[in-house]
Write a protein that binds this ligand. Structure first.
Ligand code: SAM
Length: 273
């Protein structure tokens, strides 16, 4: 129960911070223009100033990165759209498009970022060589990552779980022609992990504790949870793999308890050779 409240509070807090940043930025931008003797009118200059101030306030309030980008662009785009005399349905269409791609990201949880090719290659190196291996990507995005994995390991089975409509459709397209790659449109928190040997998650720092609780409750002993970029708080990873990609991605590998990590007590990076 407290967890539910905690998540709700987190979402409300993110929305509250966004409203505060936007409102305060308008007040400051208008005050600045008045002090400088500039006309107070819905100009792009005023909107850009407001956007910069809102982004700065958002950063000071420690909003997530995508909120900062939204603050920067929101007012200038609104004014530009008004200037262009676009059809009234245009903002609605943009909003609908963004919703189809980002779905619940606005509530402050997990945005769409894609794993790099280097991460895919590293993950391929982490997959154990065992018959009937089952791998799941929680929040599969466009499915590019799983496509690469499924091509590299045709004998293993890969499942992508994605709830945002457009990324889900893209993942379905990426799964085409690959008999070992399926995509499910569902909520990762409702999807059981019981039958999976490797669970991959590139999500957000906000949800890592919840993910660990789910993994501990559902994953079998000896199976592997790989978290990209965000570690599980207060849990020591069995291995950490550093990637030489643009984001300097780190993969945090957790072997579920009761497993058989090998003679040296460490997680094994399996290879076919
Ligand atoms: C950071 S992206 C990772 C994409 C992909 N796994 C990769 O590594 O390239 C996270 C994805 O998780 C999806 N997602 C977030 N919360 C989800 C949920 N509760 N159920 C299903 N998908 C979710 C988002 O829509 C987004 O596509």
């Amino acid at each position: 129960m407290w967890l539910r409240h905690g998540r709700l509070e987190g979402k409300l807090l993110a929305a509250f911070k966004a409203v505060v940043a936007q409102a305060l930025a308008w007040v400051l931008a208008v005050a600045l223009f008045a002090a400088l003797g500039q006309p107070i009118a819905p100009t792009l200059g005023l909107a850009a100033t407001q956007g910069g101030l809102a982004a700065g306030i958002g950063a000071l309030l420690q909003s997530e990165r995508w909120w900062i980008a939204i603050h920067l662009g929101f007012s200038p785009l609104l004014i530009a759209a008004l200037r262009l005399d676009l059809p009234p349905a245009f903002p609605l269409a943009v909003l609908a498009g963004l919703t189809l791609v980002f779905w619940t990201t606005f509530r402050g949880e997990v945005p769409l970022f894609l794993s790099s090719r280097a991460t895919a290659d590293a993950l391929i190196g982490l997959l154990p060589w065992q018959p009937g291996l089952r791998v799941i990507d929680l929040g599969a995005g466009t499915g590019m990552l799983l496509r690469r994995l499924a091509q590299a390991r045709p004998e293993a089975r890969f499942t992508g779980v994605e709830h945002a409509p457009l990324p889900y459709l893209a993942a379905r397209l990426n799964a085409r022609g690959l008999g070992n790659f399926t995509v499910e449109r569902s909520d990762i928190w409702q999807r059981s992990l019981t039958g999976e040997d490797v669970v991959y998650a590139f999500l957000s720092p906000r949800v890592m504790r919840r993910l660990w609780q789910k993994a501990e409750a559902e994953m079998r002993p000896g199976t592997l949870l790989v978290c990209s970029s965000f570690p599980i708080p207060d849990v020591i990873a069995e291995a950490v793999v550093d990637e030489p990609d643009r984001r300097s991605t780190r993969l945090f590998c957790y072997r579920m308890q009761g497993g058989n990590p090998g003679k040296d007590g460490h997680f094994r990076f399996n290879s076919p050779n």
